[in-house]
Design a protein around this ligand. Structure first.
Ligand code: A3P
Ligand code: MG
Ligand code: MG
Length: 387
């Protein structure tokens, strides 16, 4: 049966000689002075409503953190009847590009210079890159250089897309738990305006549908080494009564669930895998707080832990042999971006390079696709973005 031999990305034959490769090993070459990572600043933001309609410069969907009621914290409540999931259609970079285009138009109107980054992408992609030295996950990107900015989108593997469509009921429930925790931990108005334990906002968060269309996204500008980055990132909630007018990220928090940790082995796995991912995800957009809800196997939150993103690299240091090192992650990411700048040289929105990291080679490989390739792994810089 030859069908079972096809790769997860059948359209890309990586047996073709790559244009260039960037090896991961030996890892210790990244164990040097840490590349500079500038404190990210928010340059724009937007919200998606229940119908996935996007509004620029709207924080309508930014929720306030409000400690969940642990006596009544069943994450399965509402599943599946009060669960609305977003259509799994690829959205590419459109929302991020709309936001950046708008930011630059507003800057121009007021006679200021806009932002021309070296790289522009979603935070999720940078998270994957940062975690690569210590993760078994493979990834593939579509990369285009246009007017000297390098844009990167994710090519989801068939495996992952299939997972999103046809996940088992248990997978769907577990995924629901994560979103339900967000609902039960947030309210839609400032905590100072709550009138008491019977306030409607507290009722609403228990009764409302979990709708994964709804999101608040922050678009930040930062610099890694010599490269200016613009990244879009979903933000789970605000820990403050109002979004600060300057440096809003200082009040953002990331919400997570995790199974309660009941033995040494689970603690070690949490430090090695989960804390790496949570740290990378929050560090990149400069989100300083992480709030973890620890749940039982039946999906009840048992306790809440507040972590400072900044403290995580120190927390895991020395806990076990070959534990991850934030410096290696940052230097690897910096090295990879520098490498891509030298390889993705054709400045043309109709040219897409495929960049893939995977086994068994343990290296990043770059291919150039034929010009004007259409479809999922083809051209992704939209016409309206071209000037
Ligand atoms: P957890 O955070 O508890 O894992 P995020 O944490 O990035 O804000 O995502 C919120 C929730 O969305 C996750 O909760 C998880 O339930 C769900 N989720 C995120 N990425 C997912 C994926 N790739 N597959 C399935 N569920 C996912
Ligand atoms: Mg989120
Ligand atoms: Mg979260």
């Amino acid at each position: 049966d030859t069908a079972s031999c096809t790769s997860t990305h059948p359209a890309n034959s990586f047996s073709d000689r790559p244009l260039a490769t960037f090896p991961l090993y030996p890892l210790d070459r990244f164990q040097t002075r840490c590349a500079q990572y500038q404190q990210p600043t928010e340059i724009g933001y937007f919200s998606y409503n229940e119908k996935r309609e996007m509004t620029l410069q709207s924080d309508a969907e930014l929720k306030w953190y409000y400690e969940p009621d642990l006596k009544d914290c069943d994450l399965s409540d509402g599943f599946p009847d009060r669960y609305i999931t977003r259509d799994p259609v690829p959205e590419r970079l459109d929302a991020l590009l709309k936001c950046l285009q708008n930011v630059n138009a507003l800057a121009e109107e007021s006679g200021k210079t806009g932002v021309t980054p070296n790289f522009c992408t979603w935070r999720g992609i940078m998270t994957k890159i940062l975690c690569t030295p210590y993760s078994r996950d493979e990834w593939e990107l579509g990369v285009t250089r246009y007017k000297d900015t390098i844009y990167m989108e994710e090519h989801e593997s068939d495996e992952k897309r299939q997972h999103a469509f046809g996940a088992s009921d248990r997978d769907k429930l577990m995924s629901y738990w994560g979103y339900k925790f967000e609902s039960l931990s947030t309210i839609d108005k400032p905590p100072s305006t709550l009138t008491g334990p019977d306030d409607e906002a507290l009722q609403r968060r228990k009764e409302e549908c979990v709708n994964t269309n709804v999101q608040y996204c922050s678009v930040v500008r930062t610099r890694l080494g010599n490269n200016i980055l613009v990244m879009g990132a979903e933000v789970d909630c605000l820990v403050a009564d109002a979004k600060p007018t300057s440096n809003p990220q200082s009040a953002y928090a990331e919400l997570k669930t995790n199974r309660i940790i009941s033995n040494e082995r689970q603690q070690k796995s949490f430090e090695r895998h989960k804390l790496l991912k949570i740290w990378a995800q929050s560090f990149l957009p400069g989100i300083p707080r992480i709030i973890i809800g620890y749940r039982t196997d039946s999906g009840h939150i048992q306790h809440i832990q507040h972590l400072k993103t900044m403290d995580i690299p120190r927390m895991v240091r020395g806990t076990q042999p070959n534990i991850w090192d934030a410096t290696v992650c940052i230097n690897f990411a910096n090295g990879l971006l520098e490498f891509l700048k030298g390889v993705v040289v054709e400045d043309d929105p109709d040219v897409v390079y495929t960049v893939r990291f995977g086994k068994p080679f343990g290296e990043v490989r770059v291919l150039r696709r034929e010009k004007g390739k259409v479809g999922l792994e083809g051209v992704f810089v939209p016409d309206w973005y071209r000037t």
